[in-house]
Design a protein around this ligand. Structure first.
Ligand SMILES: Nc1nc2c(ncn2[C@@H]2O[C@H](COP(=O)(O)OP(=O)(O)OP(=O)(O)O)[C@@H](O)[C@H]2O)c(=O)[nH]1
Ligand SMILES: [Mg+2]
Length: 296
């Protein structure tokens, strides 16, 4: 028997990402696109959410080119919207919370998950993992560090100097990719697998405007492989439990300035500021990752 076209599937998604990874900016731009209908997006919103106040605040920051406020650690805004896939008419409820990046930082540091978070991840069927290229703590290859030393004598002097000036290691110094792999691993037994992970490389404008010609031409997946190889390999090795796809998204369209955003605000439709890269295809449709998450 054919499936009824309007079967409503609830997609519960957990938004995951360290501080300043671009979660709230994504939500503001996403809400503008689905509600305004300005561009031909894959999804539109059909039933307005009960609490639009929060979403409208984020949207007006997006329209005014204002940086979103940092989400407070004890603030959990659960958002529930009903979206319709334009091409098929399929309805889906999309439930996702805006969580503070500090929540995730503290999970890594203190090795503790709250009961609410465990309940949330055990109910979800997908994750969106946000990574901001501007706030990465990167890895250094031993070969690159070795290149800094010229001969044994110099090496010894540097080691001595380092020993006296070394700062104490804290979890906050850990590489971004190590923390992110850990955050996925610690919920592995709580989520229903397979659980798709949409990896969002935020502030994608900074990569597209990079002066390094090798970087500009990277697809989001290639960028992840190059910059966060441990995470990329972890996702590949665990592809049965966590099928993943990487998207590059600029929810602002560029860097906001405190004084003058005429270039960004000069677009006829604010949604046209958005940069969304899916493999080699670039568009303004910020709903594309949802399509991939929702497809069976
Ligand atoms: N250039 C550029 N910067 C961006 C973009 N999206 C977000 N940012 C910047 O990234 C920083 C963090 O953005 P948020 O959306 O607040 O990040 P968050 O993950 O919600 O952060 P927390 O609330 O601290 O967890 C801000 O300084 C933004 O201006 C973008 O598309 N382009
Ligand atoms: Mg936030």
């Amino acid at each position: 028997m054919d499936q009824p076209i309007n079967k409503n599937i609830t997609n519960r998604c957990t938004f995951m990402g360290l501080p300043s990874s671009g979660k709230t900016s994504f939500i503001g731009a996403f809400w503008h696109v689905v509600e305004s209908g300005e561009i031909n997006s894959t999804f539109t919103v059909t039933v307005p959410p009960g609490d639009r106040e929060y979403l409208n605040k984020l949207r007006s920051n997006f329209l005014d080119c204002k940086v979103q406020e940092r989400t407070k650690i004890d603030f959990v805004k659960k958002i529930e919207i009903e979206v319709t896939e334009q091409s098929s008419g399929k309805l889906a409820t999309f439930v996702f919370p805006d969580l503070s990046g500090e929540t995730f930082e503290s999970q890594f540091e203190y090795r503790k998950l709250t009961g609410d978070y465990i309940e949330q991840v055990s109910e979800c069927n997908s994750l969106m993992l946000f990574i901001n290229p501007r706030t990465l703590k990167k890895s250094y290859l031993i070969s690159a560090l070795n290149g800094m030393f010229e001969d044994g004598e110099e090496q010894e002097a540097i080691v001595l100097e380092t020993a006296t000036t070394a700062t104490r290691w804290t979890p906050k110094l850990c590489q971004t990719q190590v923390v992110l792999v850990d955050l996925i691993q610690i919920i592995k037994n709580n989520v229903h697998t397979p659980c798709k992970i949409g990896v969002i490389i935020s502030a994608w404008d900074t990569i597209k405007q990079s002066l390094d010609p090798d970087e500009v031409n990277l697809s989001p997946g290639e960028w992840l492989k190059k910059e966060l190889p441990l995470l990329s390999q972890y996702l590949f090795a665990n592809r049965e439990s966590f099928p993943s796809k990487v998207f590059g998204i600029s929810a602002q369209g560029g860097e906001y300035s405190e004084n003058d955003n005429t270039e960004l605000q000069g677009k006829l439709k604010p949604s046209e500021r958005l940069i969304v890269q899916d493999d080699d295809v670039i568009s303004h449709d910020i709903t594309i990752p949802l399509k991939w998450l929702f497809d069976e």
